[in-house]
Write a protein that binds this ligand. Structure first.
Ligand code: PLP
Length: 335
């Protein structure tokens, strides 16, 4: 095992006071719907609105003195996390993006003090630029999920969960590149070997799910999704998050766009929480019946709240939404 519980404790010390200690709150609705106590880990209350801050701070704080700065090419929650973490350490951050990224995202990352470099018309070109910056300007690239310090940082969620509720039976974890699921499973299972950790993705372009089935990292086609934060590949050269997920996860479940839409409505109307689609796939897996109700106490991670509020308002109003090539039919809540 390349990573151990000691690494997670070391990460906890690095992120203390910046990216830790979110509340764990009950959902009375999910409890009524499933007949099990159901808890939500409120990672969407992190300063950047998503759990990714834990891994980013863990990785940036672990860098040696003398590093010129950090770079990455995520336009989403990882980019925000790296920008925030670099500012906390007084370090330069350069976030590379393509021309296709919406201005609001560029502005959000600039507001955290990062340099934004707009290059080319695809994510691939942005990736090449961040690689070039590592060579020419001495920056260090921070991977969103395939990095030991990032995985250990996300694993601190597992420590907090087990400390708060040693009686936890099952943890439902939104799954993309697998840094979150790997970290949580490592921490939780070391402390409590019989706990179950289930990864949940959308059924369009679930790279880790397909890779686990194939027994090696594979590429999948990318699609637009309400769970946009779960999109993207795991990297054909994946070193850490794939083997950890393979060895530690108890299963994966895929949910549809309609199931995600419904779970977003449930989380808003019943729990009064604004959550992005990626955050509520745990609820979607249970409410759809795709995941049988576990035998005991269940927790899920509400991973982020960085949703386009116009899209969010449409979904809550029961209106149709179009995201890229995806059309999701509107259904009023309770209809
Ligand atoms: C990144 C992200 C995930 C998935 O995390 P991985 O470590 O890539 O599996 C889930 N939810 C949100 C909101 C995210 O930003």
């Amino acid at each position: 095992m390349p990573l151990t519980l000691a690494d997670v404790y070391a990460a906890r010390a690095r992120i203390a006071g910046i990216a830790d200690r979110t509340p764990l709150v009950p959902s009375p609705f999910m409890e009524r719907a499933t007949g099990r106590e159901f808890l939500m880990k409120m990672e969407l209350m992190q300063p950047i609105g998503a759990f990714k801050l834990r891994g980013a701070v863990s990785a940036v704080m672990a860098l040696p003195e003398g590093v010129g700065g950090v770079t990455c090419c995520s336009t989403g929650n990882h980019g925000r996390g790296v920008a925030f973490a670099a500012r906390a350490r007084g370090m330069r951050a350069v976030i590379c993006m393509s021309e296709l990224v919406p201005q609001a995202k560029v502005d959000g990352i600039r507001a955290l003090g990062a340099d934004v470099r707009i290059v080319g018309r695809s994510q691939d070109e942005a990736m090449r630029e961040s690689g070039r910056l590592c060579e020419t300007e001495g920056l260090v690239e921070i991977s969103p999920f395939d990095d030991p310090h990032v995985i250990a940082g996300q694993g601190t969620i597992g420590l907090e969960l087990i400390e708060a509720r040693p009686d936890l039976h099952t943890i439902l974890v939104p799954l993309s590149g697998g840094g979150l699921a790997a970290g949580i499973a490592l921490a939780a299972k070391t402390a409590k070997p019989d706990i179950r950790v289930i990864g949940i993705s959308m059924d369009r372009g679930a790279a880790m799910h397909e890779s686990l089935r194939a027994g090696r990292p594979v590429e999948v086609q990318e699609h637009s999704s309400l769970a946009d934060s779960l999109g993207g590949g795991i990297g054909l050269e994946n070193k850490l998050s794939f083997p950890l997920c393979r060895d530690l996860l108890d299963g994966t479940v895929l949910v549809t766009e309609d199931e995600i839409r419904h779970a977003m409505q449930v989380t808003f109307f019943e729990d009064r929480i604004v959550a992005e689609g990626a955050s509520v796939v745990g609820q979607a897996a249970l409410l759809s019946g795709k995941l049988p109700v576990p035998e005991g106490l269940v927790a899920t991670i509400l991973t982020g709240r960085n949703v386009d509020m116009r899209v969010f308002a449409h979904i809550m109003n029961g209106q149709d939404v179009t995201i890229g090539d995806l059309e999701v039919k509107g259904v009023p809540y309770g209809a």
